[in-house]
Structures are given as C-alpha cells and as structure tokens.
Ligand binder design. Structure first.
Ligand code: SF4
Length: 270
C-alpha cells in the first residue's frame, strides 16, 4: 500500500489536558493509542512517506510537545522530506518563544487551539487561563512565524464564540478554523455539550458578521464522522447527519498513523 499525499502522524496519545470534547479515537479504542511506536518506528514511517512522495505531514497527538523524541523525529522528517510541508499541532501549554524560533528554523508550521476565554479552564480540564496562549500567538506573529488557531464550539463556550474568534484574530493568528464539537472519542461521554445544528448555524452567521480582520477562516461542519460504521454510528447518524454532507477526502488522498503505528484512512474512525 502506498501512503496518500497528505498524512497525519499522531505521535503520542499522552496529553496534559483533559478536554471534554477531545475527539482522539483512543478514548474509544485504546488499542489505537498503545503501545506507542518507538522513535525507530516513526523514522521507518517517515522513510515510507519519503519514498511514496508524501507532500505534507501534520504531527499531532495527544500533546506533541510531550513526546521525548519530538525533535529527533522532526529533524529526521525534514532531512528525508526536504520539500514537504510539515506542520505540528500543540495545545501550546509547553510552547515558548525559543521553541517557536526552533520550529521556524526547521520550517515547521504551528497550529494550536483556543477553546474558550472565561471557559478555557473548563474546556481544557485544567486550571489554566487563555492569556498565555494568546501572548504566544501574538509573539509568534512578531517573529514572522504566525500560528494557526482552531476552536471547538460547545454548549459551554457558545456564549463567547465570537469573542474567542476576535481574540484569536486580533492576536495575529495565521488562520482560524472553527467547528462544532464532534461526537467521537471522549466527547461521546459528553453529549450534553454538543450544539444543535441551529446553534451552529447561528454561530457561523455571528462570526461572518464580525468586522473583517484580514485573517482567513474556515468552518468545519462535521458533527459526526460519516465514515463511521461501528456500534454507536447508527444512533449518531440519526441525530447528527448533515443533509448537505459532501464526501471528505478520507481514504482518497489522506491517511493517519495512530500512536501505536497503525494506518487509518480517517482521523475520526478506526
Ligand atoms: S483535544 Fe487535544 S489538548 Fe485536549 S485532551 Fe485531546 S489531545 Fe489533549
């Protein structure tokens, strides 16, 4: 099997946050998350990425900065795939200015998530506030290595969704991705946090009505992964099916390697 052009490598299932909306699949299927692949295994996967002509790789987790061999793996990726677009997703809790500079030197784009303002602690299952994250986003912009910001909207942070968007935009985010909480992973245990489709549509309208800050943004409309074909799928499909759903690129030009080293064709199903 050849790897698709676009790959996501989930380097670790470990994370220092406990987000109630976390869609990481190992919360449902623990075998995806462990035992974790060792560094030699990730390098072998990168060799295959190089020989198969993979064009871009997103390194994610879990929390990527908790991986003890993150930089050897990234350096290897850069050597083996010198022209590929490499990016890394982090919750930014361990990110600092010197790391931003290091990622810039290695031409690795950064993305993070802003999951609330007043609700940041509840949305991340921590005692943290949003302030440090926005300071980092602003500093990254000053360093000419701006960070992309994503945000997941739930019943808990719905009331401040437009403020979150404005805060990310005014802090200098490279781009913003906004989506509703998806039914999957740990989120399956928190159905009370999921928006209705009407709430999501109103949120999009409110964001579109904000003054243009010049920051590109996109919406992810998925409430439920349409690729799923397992036990809870029928119930979820009845509740959340999108009448306007268009097939996603899963299985065509997109692939995922989970923390235990197994290939999947979709981020949200096994
Ligand atoms: S959503 Fe991301 S930051 Fe939150 S618990 Fe899951 S992996 Fe960690």
């Amino acid at each position: 099997m050849r790897f698709p052009r676009h790959m996501t490598l989930e380097l670790t299932a470990k994370c220092n946050f406990r987000c109630p909306y976390c869609y990481c699949l190992w919360h449902e299927f623990p075998q995806i998350g462990k035992p974790e692949l060792d560094t030699a295994g990730w390098k072998a996967i990168l060799d295959t990425c190089a020989s198969d002509g993979v064009e871009d790789i997103l390194f994610t987790g879990g929390e990527t900065l908790m991986h003890p061999d993150l930089f050897p793996i990234l350096s290897y990726a850069r050597r083996r795939l010198p022209r590929a677009a490499l990016s890394l997703f982090t919750n930014a809790s361990l990110l600092d200015e010197s790391l931003i500079k290091r990622f810039k030197r290695q031409r690795i784009r950064l993305a993070t998530s802003l999951q609330g303002l007043a609700t940041y602690g509840a949305m991340t299952g921590t005692r943290r506030t949003f302030r440090r994250l926005l300071v980092l986003v602003a500093r990254a912009g000053e360093l000419h290595w701006p960070i992309s910001v994503s945000m997941t909207i739930t019943k808990a942070n719905l009331h401040e969704a437009t403020d979150m968007f404005a805060a990310a935009a005014l802090s200098g985010a490279a781009s913003i991705l906004v989506g509703p909480m998806m039914a999957g992973g740990r989120a399956l245990a928190h159905p009370e946090l999921m928006l209705s489709r009407a709430e999501w549509n109103a949120t999009k309208d409110a964001i579109r009505a904000l003054p243009d800050c010049g920051v590109p943004f996109t919406f992810c409309d998925e409430f439920f992964c349409e690729c799923r074909n397992d036990q809870p799928a029928a119930r979820l499909r009845r509740k959340w099916r999108d009448p306007n759903h268009k097939p996603c690129p899963a299985g065509r030009d997109f692939g995922v390697i989970g923390p235990a080293g197994h290939f999947r064709s979709c981020l949200h199903c096994g």
